[in-house]
Design a protein around this ligand. Structure first.
Ligand code: HEM
Length: 398
């Protein structure tokens, strides 16, 4: 059991990762942060009540106006309260009794479209699934159509990551993003807010209306669900599909296995191909760590999920090999740290796994399903993550 990746006699040198090379070339921890890459230390830091969110643009956020910022940037009691208020939306029972219906309905539309057209870009199909599911949780359900909502959300999120250096570019960026946010506000968010003022529902917008969030606060919260829940799941679905198109025995196991086994496959792919690679934390006070997770007061640490997920102390031998039985054998949670850990651990983890499972299970059972062109792995420096573009799937007509 002590063999290392290099010394393992059976799998010497095997590396199933598709995003690792580009990540290694491009990952940029925040300036001045200390990188932590062992699983034990990473988990200790993420779980510590003494650390604060330091990711994304946390240093620019004005914490004195909590109703104008996403709970992604909050910590402590306020963060706990906000998470508790929406926890029911992500509960296992809600996933089965409510979100499965949305996932299956979206899949009906995706299958019909694919069979009619004959082929389609895979990331467009996975985007539709990711948007429909997250939109229902957020409460963006009063738009003129799901497709228009998906396009407008995409336009806003794209403009938030399209920013290039230079004064003129900044100006163009600002005009573009104000225009796109304006359209999203008018056609999607405002109608949803007005409908919930009359009749509240069980979703994030109803909660924000009840708590009197400002317009800016509501837009920010919706966009963080867009970034955290939609963009991530779009890439994850394409990544899993790519691995399974390429490995017929893995696809066969997925299609004939129990739900539990299907999740084990998806989680193992996510361990190897984390969509978010770096999480940052600042120590509010000195942090003690039994497994190397100590931090000095004020210190900023960059937790490298890719390194932590392939730490042989917790993966066992051959850490770069796609082995769906690994987590069970090692008695670790399947995705390792790909959904984070501690108070900010992704609330949508189970939702993402269920929608990916349903998407792939339905897609791979379509007669004649095939991958016409493989995706290109692109690096998105703004979100420090990979994007898979250009994959086209085709199937037989209905
Ligand atoms: C494969 C898909 C997904 C991945 C890889 C992913 C990954 C993550 C990670 C790593 C974090 C922790 C950030 C940190 O600690 O700084 C996070 C937080 C979050 N995720 Fe996800 N996520 C996914 C899907 C979703 C979905 C479907 C939703 C909702 C519909 C969602 C909503 C959120 C929210 C709101 C947070 C902030 C939580 C907090 O700060 O307390 N995510 N996600």
């Amino acid at each position: 059991m002590n063999a290392t990746a290099a010394s393992c006699p059976v799998h010497e040198g095997r590396d199933d990762r598709k995003s690792a090379r580009l990540a290694a070339e491009n990952l940029k921890p925040h300036e001045g942060s200390r990188v932590v890459g062992t699983f034990g230390a990473a988990r200790e830091i993420l779980r510590s009540p003494k650390v604060r969110q330091a990711g994304a643009t946390a240093e620019m956020v004005d914490l004195s106006k909590p109703n104008e910022i996403s709970f992604f940037f909050l910590d402590g009691d306020l963060h706990r309260r906000r998470r508790a208020a929406v926890a029911g939306l992500f509960a296992p029972k809600t996933i089965v009794t409510r979100h499965h219906a949305v996932m299956n309905r979206t899949m009906d539309a995706i299958v019909a479209k694919l069979q009619k057209q004959g082929s389609a870009p895979l990331d467009e199909l996975s985007w539709q699934m990711a948007v429909d599911v997250a939109a229902d949780i957020v409460g963006l359900t009063n738009s003129d159509s799901n497709e228009n909502l998906a396009n407008r959300v995409k336009a806003v999120l794209d403009s938030s990551i399209e920013r290039k250096p230079g004064l003129l570019n900044n100006l163009i960026f600002t005009i573009k993003s104000v225009f796109r946010v304006g359209k999203f506000w008018k056609h999607d968010l405002l109608p949803a807010i007005e409908a919930r003022r009359i009749e509240p529902k069980d979703d994030v917008i109803s909660y924000m209306v009840k708590e009197n969030y400002s317009k800016k606060g509501m837009i920010m919260e919706c966009l963080s669900y867009g970034g955290a829940g939609m963009m991530t799941t779009r890439e994850f679905i394409v990544m899993c599909a790519w691995h399974m198109f390429e490995k017929p025995e893995l696809r066969e196991r997925f299609l004939t296995g129990s739900e539990e086994d299907q999740f084990a496959i998806l989680e193992e792919i996510l361990r190897l191909e984390p969509v978010a690679s770096l999480l940052h934390r600042r120590a509010e006070e000195k942090v003690e760590g039994a497994q190397g997770g100590e931090m000095a007061e004020g210190e900023v640490v960059c937790v490298n999920l890719r390194e932590a997920n392939t730490d042989e102390a917790i993966t066992g031998p051959c850490p770069y090999e796609l082995d769906p039985d690994r987590a069970k054998r090692m008695k670790v949670v399947g995705p390792y740290l790909s959904f984070g850990d501690g108070p900010h651990r992704c609330p949508g983890a189970q939702v993402a796994l269920h929608e990916t499972r349903i998407f792939l299970d339905r897609m791979f059972r379509l007669p004649g399903i095939r991958l016409m062109s493989e995706p290109e792995v692109i690096w998105n420096p703004q979100i420090q993550g990979y994007e898979l573009r250009g994959a086209v799937v085709a199937c037989d007509p209905a």
